[in-house]
Design a protein around this ligand. Structure first.
Ligand SMILES: Nc1ncnc2c1ncn2[C@@H]1O[C@H](COP(=O)(O)OP(=O)(O)OP(=O)(O)O)[C@@H](O)[C@H]1O
Length: 413
């Protein structure tokens, strides 16, 4: 057996979860991570697929690369392992070898054409803006969030939002690197329903980045000011959010899961359209287990039950949050406001409680959609690609009913 290492805490946890299935394909993963060459060969001879991945799409090559098992890496590559297989976070075996400082393995993987799409040396460094280009002496404060303050500033003659990240967060090199990676990903995105990232200010100590300025503020502000929206507006807004989210979920090579879709992270631009913002950033401050296999993160009130229960999750967590936002738009605010977000999330996760759907407020078609979107089984929730045509249909029928009823909603509903 290759004496590659003592298993890391994250690996131990993964193996505790998986090795009960010692006869199944998990044994290939287990042996690969432990440097057990004989075991790996036995499993491959039995016909286990070299590229088999667990629930996080972690393959034997990912694990051997993380754990520094050189011989196993070579063996797996000889046996046809995909050098660039992507796990759930879009990481390749080379991403892992580099993160854990296994230089020899990194060289082996690079020689086989390995790439590291999420690494700091990815080909998409953040666009940098000279600090002197943005007057930050007396900026107008427009909001404050968990990471820091947001200011309205002028950059090259245009009003933009400057998001400052607290030095307590930005001074942590690891956190800052993660932030920069997420911003690097954000800068590649372009969609009418996604807030446009503009660049990061070049500064040795401070972390400030610029985004498009959305002059009407967040959906949270809108609902606080206006209360309940009329169905036509609520559906138009829902469509904006669904289109932006669909773009994120269809991103390749890996889908972008927002994880913190809330009314505060949906902004309105001057034309009245809604745009989604701050995706990916929630995972930076979130609690992780040893290596992030099961994560929490995001705001409890909008959190999908499986995230609250710290189970594995996928894109449909955003569909769950979306349903709660649509519900709020029809109602004018969250249900159970008087209860703590944690209690609300707890009841949703363990008692399967959902907000009420009064027929006086919600058209039948919206009720049906919301029930699907906040379904307890994540696999039963529709994708945003499926939600969009449903909402377009609802929008059409509302228009027709409105025309027929001469604008009187009480007759229609
Ligand atoms: N691009 C922007 N244009 C206009 N206003 C913005 C912009 N970005 C943020 N804001 C305003 O600043 C507030 C704070 O934003 P920020 O993203 O820092 O935190 P948040 O989303 O409210 O909360 P959290 O940090 O917990 O997610 C927002 O609620 C919004 O009102």
């Amino acid at each position: 057996m290759e004496d590659c290492r003592t298993p890391s805490p994250s690996l131990k946890r993964r193996m505790q979860l998986q090795c009960h299935d010692s006869e199944g394909p998990y044994r290939l993963l287990h042996c690969s991570s432990m440097g057990d060459k004989l075991g790996v060969m036995e499993e491959l001879e039995k016909g286990v697929d070299t590229n088999w991945g667990d629930y996080d799409k972690r393959t034997a090559l990912h694990l051997a690369s993380s754990e520094g098992c050189n011989e196993i890496v070579k063996l797996l590559l000889e046996k046809g392992a995909d050098v660039n297989s992507l796990d759930r976070w879009g990481r390749t075996p080379l991403s892992d070898a580099r993160s854990f400082g296994h230089q020899e393995i990194s060289k082996i993987l690079e020689a086989q054409g390995g790439i590291d799409p999420v690494g700091l040396d990815s080909q998409n460094p953040c666009y940098e803006i000279d600090f002197s280009e943005v007057p930050m002496d007396d900026p107008t404060l427009i909001g404050e969030g968990a990471y820091g303050e947001v200011y309205l500033v002028k950059w090259r003659g245009t009003e933009v939002a400057a998001k400052t990240i607290r030095s307590s967060i930005a001074s942590n090199t690891k956190v800052k690197d993660t932030f920069m990676r997420e911003l690097g990903l954000w800068q590649k995105l372009r969609h009418p329903n996604i807030v446009q990232f503009l660049g990061v200010l070049r500064h040795p100590d401070r972390l400030i980045f610029l985004t498009e300025y959305c002059c009407s503020g967040s959906l949270y502000d809108i609902l606080r000011k206006k209360g309940r929206l009329d169905p036509q507006t609520a559906v138009a807004y829902a469509l904006d959010i669904a289109r932006g989210m669909n773009y994120l979920h269809q991103h390749t090579p890996r889908a972008i899961i927002h994880r913190d879709l809330t009314p505060r992270n949906v902004l309105q631009d001057a034309s009245g359209h809604l745009k989604v913002t701050d995706f990916g950033l929630s995972k930076i401050a979130q609690e992780k287990d040893a290596e992030g296999y099961k994560m929490t993160g995001g705001t409890d009130r909008y959190m999908a039950p499986e995230v609250y229960r710290r189970e594995s999750y996928g894109k449909s967590v955003d569909v769950f949050s979306f349903a709660l936002i649509v519900h709020e738009m029809f109602q004018g605010g969250p249900s159970n406001k008087e209860q703590s977000p944690e209690l609300v999330a707890d009841k949703r996760a363990y008692e399967d409680l959902r907000p009420p759907l009064s027929s006086l407020i919600y058209p039948e078609s919206i009720k049906a959609l919301l029930r699907e979107c906040w379904h307890k089984n994540p696999d039963c929730r529709p994708t945003f690609e499926e939600i969009i045509p449903k909402l377009e249909e609802i929008q059409e029928s509302l228009k027709k009913k409105r025309a027929a009823a001469g604008c009187c909603w009480c007759v229609i509903l």
